[in-house]
Design a binder for this molecule. Structure first.
Ligand code: HEC
Length: 133
């Protein structure tokens, strides 16, 4: 009888942890500066210092939602950064899945259940979502 009771007591505590650990857009700023600006530019508009030499050109990351019809495609963005859906012909955009490992946080990607996502990856996606225009 003690075990289920303990589980019940632990639930709100766990929920509290999740909330505290949920990254904000500001948590992704440094990661973006370190890993993305050389291609996507300091404001994410696709004009980084090495963008000129790339084909295809780095995407304007402030227009992701606009290109997707107005809704920020969270799942697609997470996959893109992680490299999960990377195709062999997509040679320019590196995959960051290995770099962005860490404890997971539940992210709402539109499905029935939130998806566990490594915190640094979720932070980057939150940052990108915040710069949409
Ligand atoms: C070496 C250059 C390079 C770096 C570094 C880079 N990207 Fe990219 N990225 C690209 C290119 C080129 C594209 C467009 C072609 C493609 O989709 O693969 C792109 C596309 C994307 C897209 C898809 C946008 C869309 O609407 O389709 C996202 C999201 C993205 N990058 C995020 C990031 C993030 C976040 C980082 C840093 C963790 C990053 N990129 C680092 C070159 C880069």
């Amino acid at each position: 009888m003690t075990r289920p009771l303990f589980a019940l007591l632990a639930l709100p505590l766990l929920a509290g942890c999740f909330e505290r650990d949920m990254p904000e857009a500001s948590d992704g700023v440094a990661l973006f500066a370190e890993n993305c600006v050389m291609c996507h530019g300091p404001l994410g508009r696709g004009n980084g210092v090495i963008a000129e030499g790339l084909d295809p050109k780095p995407a304007d990351l402030t227009r992701i939602a606009a290109r997707a019809g107005g809704t920020f495609p969270r799942a697609a963005v997470l996959s893109k950064i992680d490299g999960y859906t990377k195709q062999p012909q997509e040679a320019q955009m590196p995959e960051f899945g290995l770099l962005l490992k860490g404890p997971t946080v539940p992210v709402d990607v539109g499905g029935a259940q939130p998806t566990p996502v490594p915190r640094p990856l979720a932070a980057l996606a939150a940052y990108l979502e915040s710069i949409q225009r």
